[in-house]
Design a protein around this ligand. Structure first.
Ligand SMILES: Cc1cc2nc3c(=O)[nH]c(=O)nc-3n(C[C@H](O)[C@H](O)[C@H](O)COP(=O)(O)OP(=O)(O)OC[C@H]3O[C@@H](n4cnc5c(N)ncnc54)[C@H](O)[C@@H]3O)c2cc1C
Length: 287
């Protein structure tokens, strides 16, 4: 199908992009890598009257460490995230996830800002963004907002972004001590999207016990979530095969799972338990 007619403007700064969004009063959309928006427009699931292309705003494409914070610009492509030394050193699970997205074309064009703003329930990043307790920095007509990851993903294709707000940066605290992280997924064969993906961040104390455990799950429910019951069962304990298995049985407690042609709800809930355990094991290996 062919997309509905639309106006196209290239924004040269973030402020200009915010002004243009305001001018169109909710009927315009930001265009970043276009790898979710353009397919939606071709299917006429999205029919914006205007596209505001932010793809050429230079100040939005970076990954850097700034003291105890990793800062990732919204326009950093999946390939940039996957291959960034800073991300690999401090938030390996995010690099794992970026490297598993779609194929090389998608990773070269798609952006982290576009992915989280789109909030596909099967997207890879949200699991790690939640597990790292990241902060999403946005810019809108009223200025900048810092949104904790736990408040950002609201529902399927729905985030805490307000109309006319743009994601400008993702901030991830540099992990302290003996910390490892990992992201693993069961991919849908054709697209690569997660039928289930799990990210784990584990900090070990001097005795080898898990001082901190965070597990994010994507692909299973309407939105990515933290496996808080499993985290509670693991925190403070020394990891053993039996403990990890028992604790991760709780990884999908209380979750209403999606059901579609790719997987039944029960299968997804089962995958959440299995991938949570595997992600925790892999994070411990890296700690
Ligand atoms: C064949 C294929 C396979 C894929 N496989 C996977 C996969 O395995 N895993 C996965 O996670 N994803 C996958 N994707 C999706 C891909 O990661 C997209 O790149 C990503 O979802 C959207 O990023 P984008 O930069 O292309 O955003 P766009 O498509 O340009 O925009 C997406 C949405 O976000 C909004 N937006 C974009 N940037 C911003 C911003 N900075 N602030 C506010 N709003 C913004 C747009 O208005 C639009 O509503 C796949 C896509 C394709 C086409």
């Amino acid at each position: 199908m062919i997309a509905q007619n639309f106006e196209y403007t290239v924004a040269t700064s973030l402020a200009e992009a915010v002004n243009l969004l305001q001018k169109h009063g909710g009927r315009a959309k930001i265009l970043a890598g276009g790898h979710s928006l353009i397919p939606m427009m071709k299917l006429r699931l999205a029919t914006p009257e205007a596209l505001i292309d932010i793809g050429r705003i230079p100040e939005l494409s970076y990954v850097r460490q700034d003291g105890d914070m990793v800062r990732i610009g919204a326009l950093a492509t999946h390939h940039v995230v996957e291959t960034s030394g800073v991300v690999m050193r401090h938030c390996q699970a995010l690099a794992d996830g970026a490297g598993l997205i779609g194929d090389i074309q998608v990773r070269n064009k798609g952006t982290i800002g576009g992915s989280i703003a789109h909030a596909d329930p099967a997207a890879d990043y949200p699991a790690s963004i939640l597990a790292f307790d990241a902060t999403i920095v946005t810019l809108g007509p009223k200025g900048e907002r810092l949104i904790p990851a736990s408040k950002f993903f609201v529902d399927m294709l729905t985030t805490a972004l307000e109309a006319n707000e743009i994601v400008r940066e993702i901030q991830i605290p540099v992990q302290s001590g003996k910390t490892g992280s990992a992201y693993l997924k069961m991919a849908q064969k054709a697209s690569g999207f997660a039928i289930c993906g799990a990210a784990a961040v584990v900090e070990l104390d001097g005795s080898g016990a898990m001082a901190k455990v965070a597990i994010g799950i994507t692909g299973v429910g309407n939105r990515a979530f933290r496996a808080t019951e499993a985290e509670k069962a693991l925190k403070g304990q020394k990891p053993t095969t039996d403990l990890l298995k028992r604790a991760c049985e709780k990884a999908s407690s209380g979750v209403i799972a999606l059901e579609d042609i790719h997987a039944s709800a029960d299968y997804r809930l089962d995958l959440a338990r299995i991938f949570a355990r595997r992600a925790v094991e892999a994070a411990i290996e890296r700690a």
